[in-house]
Design a protein around this ligand. Structure first.
Ligand SMILES: Nc1ncnc2c1ncn2[C@@H]1O[C@H](COP(=O)(O)OS(=O)(=O)O)[C@@H](OP(=O)(O)O)[C@H]1O
Ligand SMILES: Nc1ncnc2c1ncn2[C@@H]1O[C@H](COP(=O)(O)OP(=O)(O)O)[C@@H](O)[C@H]1O
Length: 203
């Protein structure tokens, strides 16, 4: 492979210095799970709770990113891998800026998520499996996608005719079928406090 023509420039202000002027540590809270498992709902609830605690947050949501940054990508395994790779790079930039990033992507492949953990680095990545049985997700079907997939209108629907690989060692598993939204949000806040992202009093 030929040598890159680009030179890496180290900024004068480091990521640590940027983080030091905030009341919390930077982190990437990576919510993964089936469509309808509750990722977007919990991402919004968590961002709201953190915002109330005066944390500097940013929310990256699958559907929204696919309208802009990643509008050129499909839902094939290669399209999903590139989707998650780019989002991982964006997460790293936001974490280097000192923010708590919350993401809501199906991200069905373990290898893609592991690559993001490596990209973000520095112990700043918290993988959260937002878990609900497929039957529950299908009953919720907030976008009508499962009905369309069962009707043969959508191919490659995760959980139906495309795989979901659950995390092997996530920082947190949240069962949204057996716990209500405030309970799930509380568990996320506790995990952030335990991880050292938030001062313990803020959980
Ligand atoms: N075939 C298929 N499989 C899964 N999901 C589908 C599919 N087609 C469209 N959608 C909608 O697209 C959202 C998934 O986009 P993501 O960027 O999160 O997917 S991925 O992480 O790259 O796998 C996903 O968002 P959520 O419902 O919020 O999970 C769906 O709304
Ligand atoms: N404990 C819970 N956590 C999150 N969502 C829940 C919970 N219980 C019920 N729901 C409902 O399930 C649906 C999940 O939809 P959504 O958040 O869009 O999922 P996803 O982003 O994973 O596709 C919402 O209608 C939400 O109100």
């Amino acid at each position: 492979m030929s040598q890159s023509p680009f030179t890496w420039h180290e900024p004068r202000i480091s990521a640590q210095e940027r983080a030091a002027i905030k009341g919390h540590a930077p982190a990437v809270v990576w919510l993964t799970g089936l469509s309808g498992s509750g990722k977007s709902t919990l991402a919004n609830a968590l961002e709201h709770a953190l915002h109330e605690r005066r944390c500097h947050t940013f929310l990256l949501d699958g559907d929204n990113i696919r309208h802009g940054l990643n509008r050129d990508l499909d839902l094939s395994p290669a399209g999903r891998a590139e989707n998650i790779r780019r989002i991982g790079e964006v997460c790293r930039l936001f974490a280097d800026a000192g923010l708590i990033v919350i993401t809501a992507f199906v991200s069905p492949y373990r290898a893609d998520r592991d690559r993001v953990r490596e990209t973000v680095g520095g112990g700043r990545f918290l993988e959260v499996h937002v878990r609900a049985p497929l039957e529950t997700c299908e009953q919720r079907d907030p976008k009508g996608l499962y009905a369309r997939a069962r009707g043969g209108e959508i191919a490659g629907m995760t959980g139906v005719d495309a795989p979901y690989e659950p995390p092997a060692a996530p920082e947190l598993v949240i069962d949204t079928a057996s716990r209500d939204i405030p309970g799930c949000t509380g568990a996320l806040l506790e995990a952030l406090a335990e991880h050292g992202t938030l001062p313990a009093r803020d959980a």
